[in-house]
Design a protein around this ligand. Structure first.
Ligand code: C2O
Ligand code: CU
Ligand code: CU
Length: 488
């Protein structure tokens, strides 16, 4: 299906259409998206289905060692998925019909991720959160034409964490992700293997990719790039977890580890359990936290990941619900109906991180995210220009990046940087939230917040191939809220 056909078809079939969506958005939340948490949910409310479908777990792929390089073969294809009974939804997937496998990488290994594009159009596949040379990044420049293969080859050089992959093609990232191209990358190292944490994938170590979608009467995804969608970001009324609507999960009555990715185009989640069970945060985007932190809730903006542990020991026979308090929707029903024999536990010490030493920073760079007019979103007054490198940063030099959302239209955004992780120094001068205390690559920027992060790029320099930084609300990114830098 060609691009224009896809959009025309989905709008024609939707029975809702962009105009109606806009009207709902205005009534629900006002034209201008504002405020923290709640405000970012504007537009479409989530339907609260009764949990009836077993949670799908994406298959894991561990690659094959060939001459010292671990190779992974990944095929992008268009297909159909059965989300709704009686309907076949046109979707895209990797080695399957919707989403893709969880790619397991080992620190220290040389890898080759071979992406074969069987779609009818070009795309790119970016390793979000990966520390790698810029030309292996899969950003806007590493185009994979229809029918060709592109290989990301690099050595895995970072701490154990949960990253992900998704398309990053100029102006079309939102639609390509929406169609289903995304998956997790789990990186293991000697430290993560030695910790007594849950590690049985899909049993007590559970991947959760959160997305929202809108379905037409004929069961197709609805998406339009109308002005309100560009400004507010796309919101669907149906939640998918790993591509499952209304999922339940059969759990053992022990510790479970949830690896949660906000894989939505623009929806922000405020995660908690309906039953008020403590969530022990153990990891942020790119590392473990030094120590677990118990919280009631976690706010996750698009592209952020968090790992949380829940103790289900005393909940045998109960149903525990992971919910989004922004929308009031159930995300996952955990049915504690199996006996645990494992001796996994929550360690008090998880890892050691580089200290946040702001005195080492050689400069402060400011980033203002704002709206310049209808559909024109900018950083420091400029829209993304693929032919322009916005600045260069020196390898091994620490910098402080100060990020804020400015201008007449007060909106929630977030900020993501490619190529390395950063540390959140402060949010409005205060200690960052629990889940912001490890290494991160994406940070929530609410209106009026001033977020300062400490950045350093190591190992790789390349004066020609840039990395990107942008708002990870995909409609904002596609509308220009992005820029490029090189590491020299
Ligand atoms: Cu997750 Cu520039 O991307
Ligand atoms: Cu990225
Ligand atoms: Cu934004």
């Amino acid at each position: 299906m060609r691009r224009r056909d896809f959009i025309a078809r989905t709008i024609a079939l939707s029975g809702i259409g962009a105009v109606a969506l806009y009207a709902r958005g205005m009534m629900g939340n006002g034209v201008i998206m504002s405020g923290r948490g709640m405000g970012s949910m504007g537009g479409v409310g989530l339907k609260n289905y009764k949990a009836t479908n077993k949670l799908l777990i994406p298959p894991e792929i561990k690659g094959v060692l060939k001459n010292g390089i671990r190779e992974y073969n990944l095929k992008l294809n268009s297909s159909h998925s059965g989300f709704l009974k009686g309907f076949k939804t046109a979707t895209w997937g990797v080695n399957g019909s919707y989403l893709g496998p969880t790619i397991r990488l080992n620190v220290g290994e040389k890898v080759s991720l071979n992406w074969h594009n069987s779609l009818d159009e070009a795309t790119t596949i970016h390793g979000h959160g990966m520390h790698l040379p810029a030309k292996m990044d899969g950003g806007a420049h590493q185009i994979i034409k229809a029918g060709t293969t592109w290989s990301a080859k690099y050595t895995v050089k970072q701490k154990a964490c949960t990253n992900w992959y998704h398309p990053h093609i100029m102006n079309k990232t939102a639609e390509h992700v929406l169609m289903g191209l995304a998956g997790l990358i789990i990186i293991d190292d000697s430290e993560s293997r030695a910790l007594p944490l849950p590690k049985r994938y899909g049993v007590d170590d559970i991947p959760l990719v959160l997305q929202d979608r809108l379905f037409s009467k004929s069961g197709q995804f609805v998406y339009s790039k109308s002005m309100p969608t560009v400004m507010h970001g796309f919101k669907g009324d149906t939640l998918l977890v790993n591509g499952t609507i209304a999922p339940y999960f059969d759990a053992e009555n022990g510790w479970v580890r949830l690896r949660i990715l906000n894989g939505s185009n623009s929806r922000f989640y405020n995660l908690s359990t309906k039953e008020g069970i403590d969530m022990h945060v153990i990891a942020s985007d790119n590392s473990f936290l030094e120590k677990p932190v118990a919280v009631d809730s976690v706010i996750l903006s698009p592209a952020e990941r968090v790992e949380v542990m829940l103790n289900l020991k005393d909940h045998k026979g109960e149903k525990i619900h992971l919910v989004d308090s922004n929308s009031g929707a159930n995300i996952l029903e955990v049915r504690v109906n199996k006996k645990s024999n494992s001796n996994v536990t929550l360690p008090s010490k998880l890892t050691t991180l580089d200290p946040i030493d702001t005195k080492k920073a050689v400069r402060t760079r400011k980033f203002e995210l704002s709206v310049r007019g209808p559909g024109k979103l900018v950083i420091n007054g400029e829209s993304m220009d693929i032919n322009k490198i916005n600045f260069a940063i020196k390898k091994d030099e620490y910098e402080i990046w100060e990020i804020q959302s400015r201008g007449m239209m007060q909106m929630d955004h977030n900020f993501h940087m490619h190529g390395t992780h950063f540390r959140v120094i402060s949010r409005n001068g205060k200690t960052p939230r629990a889940w912001e205390r490890g290494y991160k690559d994406t940070v929530f920027i609410a209106p009026d917040d001033i977020v300062r992060v400490l950045v350093k790029h190591i190992d790789y320099s390349d004066s020609k191939n840039p990395f990107m930084y942008h708002c990870h609300i995909l409609e904002h990114e596609d509308a220009g809220m992005m820029g490029q830098f090189v590491v020299v």
